[in-house]
Design a protein around this ligand. Structure first.
Ligand SMILES: Nc1ncnc2c1ncn2[C@@H]1O[C@H](COP(=O)(O)OP(=O)(O)OP(=O)(O)O)[C@@H](O)[C@H]1O
Ligand SMILES: [Mg+2]
Length: 364
């Protein structure tokens, strides 16, 4: 799966541009503030209808412009082609078009264009709140398990209803029982999907990390969000009084987390910054590898912002080698293109772009 054409209009400081990227490695170089991250942001919008830099799309629209639009043509497999378009007008919500029709949900884009982003914020996967790691986990489950999205929506609805009941004070037990049973049914399925996924991801992650870094004893484990020895039903019943006191449901898959530990300690408290970057990259690359193995023949597209930062030459080259072995389409930014020279095999299809004050030019 690869984007064969990208049109960007009205995004940040970028001048309107049409690109025909390489199906494999694309390197985007340019000075600080030239617009490199903005191009990755545009591709991200095409895959998810949202930015990774701001929660709203409004700040992405170029100053003085009324709207921004990203359009892309995608070749997936040997036959299937898709056209994708996302527009955000200052006065209106965003609009998504897929193959000429209006789509209702961003999840439709995500299904067609699975994206993995590796950028300075990716450190949050290690140091941030559990929500970051749940999102990471659920990205993988979503792309390989058809039933995930519908089950997750059921879970959210049951949780919302149960929590509003808890806050109401006097609880109607028969209504509570209905939402409890819905929460348990959806929650246990979500947990089963996640467990199954993690058991497949772990060996791929360990092998991926091994090719990047010499690091003994790092373990990845999954915590489902409630006592591992009791059913969710039993936990909900025993914690009801406390749930009523605090006004929300404490235990359940909404509290799941991943743990990365080394020698019994939290990995983020032990690893150097460069090591953290490699661990996070290995986690995200492992997801892409697994997607290729499990997920309906699809592969994902990687956006790697500022690849060279934090990494010495040896580890930079190891990461480039690993990325090029993925046979995925990858967009990599760096300040100086020379930082990534010599990191690719001679036959790797490579396109080079240079950005200056929002102008993107293909140089190779
Ligand atoms: N809505 C907007 N309209 C126009 N310009 C914007 C808008 N938002 C941000 N900018 C400007 O766009 C420029 C591009 O920023 P971008 O983050 O893409 O640069 P970069 O090449 O990734 O730089 P760095 O190497 O520092 O990461 C910045 O100068 C920024 O001030
Ligand atoms: Mg940048």
């Amino acid at each position: 799966m690869a984007l064969t054409r990208i049109d960007v209009t009205g995004v940040r400081n970028l001048q309107p541009v049409t690109l025909h990227p390489s199906p494999r490695i694309n390197i985007i170089s340019g000075a600080n503030g030239s617009g490199k991250t903005s191009l990755l942001e545009a591709i991200h919008i095409l895959g998810l209808a949202r930015s990774f830099r701001s929660t709203r799309l409004q700040p992405v629209i170029q100053y003085e412009k009324q709207s921004c639009t990203v359009y892309g043509e995608l070749q997936s497999g040997s036959s299937a082609k898709h056209s994708l378009g996302v527009t955000r007008d200052r006065e209106a919500d965003y609009q998504i078009r897929i193959d000429g029709r209006t789509a209702n949900a961003a999840s439709e884009l995500a299904t067609i264009l699975p994206l993995q982003l590796i950028n300075p914020d990716s450190f949050r996967l290690l140091e941030g709140a559990p929500k970051q790691r749940r999102q990471f986990l659920d990205w993988g489950v979503f792309h390989v398990e058809h039933q995930f999205l519908a089950t997750w929506q059921r879970l959210q609805k049951a949780l919302k209803q149960r929590n509003s009941l808890l806050r109401r004070g006097r609880i109607d037990r028969s209504v509570l029982a209905v939402w409890d049973s819905e929460l348990v049914a959806a929650g246990e399925r979500i947990d089963a999907f996640r467990q199954h996924y993690i058991s497949r991801l772990k060996p791929v992650f360990e092998a991926t990390l091994g090719s990047l870094l010499d690091l003994e004893g790092l373990s990845l484990s999954y915590n489902r969000g409630w006592d591992k020895d009791r059913t969710l039903q039993a936990v909900l019943e025993s914690q009801l009084d406390r749930d009523v006191q605090i006004g929300h449901t404490q235990a359940g898959p909404q509290r799941a987390d991943l743990r990365l530990r080394i020698r019994g300690l939290n990995a983020v408290e032990v690893l150097s910054r460069g090591q953290q970057k490699l661990v996070v990259s290995a986690m995200k690359i492992a997801q892409g590898v697994l997607l290729k193995d499990l997920g309906r023949g699809s592969s994902c597209l990687y956006l790697v912002d500022d690849l060279p930062s934090e990494l010495d030459k040896k580890h930079r080259e190891a990461l480039c080698q690993l990325l090029s072995s993925l046979e995925c389409q990858i967009f990599i930014t760096c300040v100086e293109a020379s930082q990534l020279h010599g990191s690719w095999d001679g036959d790797t299809p490579l396109a080079m772009f240079h950005v200056e004050h929002g102008h993107i030019m293909q140089t190779e």
